[in-house]
Design a protein around this ligand. Sequence first.
Ligand code: ADP
Ligand code: MG
Length: 571
Amino acid sequence: MLKRFFSYYRPYRGLFILDFSCAVIAALLELGFPLVVNRIIDDLLPSNNWSWIAWACFGLLVLYIINTGLNYVVTYWGHKLGINIETDMRKKLFEHIQKLSFRYFDNNKTGHTMSRMTNDLFEIGEVAHHGPEDIFIAIMTLIGSFTIMLYMNVQLALMTFIIVPFMAWLVVVCNKRMTVAADRMFSDIADFNARVEDSVGGIRVVQAFANEEHEKKQFAVNNMRFREAKLMAYKIMGFNISTSYLLMRLGNLFVLISGTWFVIQNKITYGEFVGFLLLTNVFFRPIEKINAVIESYPKGIAGFKRYLEIIDTEPDVADMPDAIEVAHLNGNIRYDNVTFGYEGHANVLNQINLTIHAGETIAFVGPSGAGKTTLCSLLPRFYERNEGSITIDNIDSRDMTLTSLRRQIGIVQQDVFLFAGTIRENIEYGKLGASDKEIMEAARRARLDDFIRSQPDGLLTLVGERGVKLSGGQKQRLAIARMFLKNPPILILDEATSALDTETEQAIQQSLAELSVGRTTLVIAHRLATIKNADRIVVVTEDGISEQGKHEELVTAGGIYSRLHHAQFSS
Ligand code: ADP
Ligand code: MG
């Protein structure tokens, strides 16, 4: 996993080297300062040579200034490195999510996916920047300062070293616990986001049922769980920081006691003693860095793991390596022994055979849940069939690229999804880059133009989130306008008008009829009046396709369709 993590540094090799080397030089300078102080006190002070001391201090000043510059580079450019990596990951994640198939979205909550995009990746940038350099510098500083300490005085150095095993123990324990806490925290945030997404997204239902109290309680549960996970992390950090403080002070105390003893015994000079005390601080400083790493590293890794979970989810519907681009299809569709079932469910479709000719309007009727929508959604490959083949113009749909296949198919559903933007943007979605003229023409054919003109903002009227500011009929017309603009040879109308009142439905039927002219059209409708004129009616039941033919034929045949027909028209 670390290897994969480091592969994200590749584009920023230069930045990484710059940041890393500046950080290392800064750390080396820090190591050098105590030595200079040691020399000033021991060599220059007794000589009473004031100008030398002034020069030495000036030298120190220059080094401090250099270090200031280095610190700036490390802080700014280093973070830039981290943010670049985070941005790349977020981009890759978004692109990957766009590719995932319906099956993924059927089984995953939007809030969880959102959380990975935002929260989980926030921590990555910090770790990407601080992780490697902090660990390297900490180790380097520890070894460097310890070597110098050994060189200055072996006994004193060993006194300082006594606390190291305890420190190591602390690091291991805290890191382990922090990893658990970070995992929990992230999955709690994800649940928490999913809950908010659900309650806010469904706020109209919540308020209609007056179930605010219920939502409040549910939210409180998630909120408290998240709080506990955070508290757990803070508890670990509290333990870590306070214990390491104690250990460091104990280390200092050992050095103070033994150092003064050595000075009294004339074993070391004052200068050595002061230099040594300063060095113990240099020696202890990386421990603070390691503390910071203990806090951020498990979070970054937890975030990265969750990121990989999505990145490693292969879209189950994807282009074949040798998939072809289809420029234009006529719409001769053939289902050949098609069998399909949703993941973990029994088959919805069994051995379906169906031929649809180019330009034909074919209507599917049958009980709810029989599999009409499923049958149609296999055509644009929203789901991949388990067995059999579906060909369009004698080309297997699996041999076409998904993009070119889906460009040839237009779908109008019962619940139209509109993006929170203007009417124009929503129509333009059918053909990105379309001109105002084209858009108005599409709106006219969908009979939405009068409404657009009646709005003060015209095409730039905002539709609200998911189109809440439009009526059902207007949304449906917008969806139809979008389809006129897209102009696909194959059309699927899945209960497109079922949610509308009869009057609006009849008005929209005209637009739909116009839309389906010259296209292969698959219509699903339960109001039979709307499909009487279809070229062929196919009755779908749980057992598959049970009858098909023209309206009159089916009525006289006296099968399921005729019963449905009599039921609807006798009431
Ligand atoms: P129809 O459009 O004829 O009313 P559908 O094709 O929507 O029927 O559904 C057929 C069956 O498949 C139903 O039993 C339904 O519960 C099930 N189903 C539909 N969509 C999914 C899905 N995304 N995941 C699992 N089962 C589904
Ligand atoms: Mg359906």
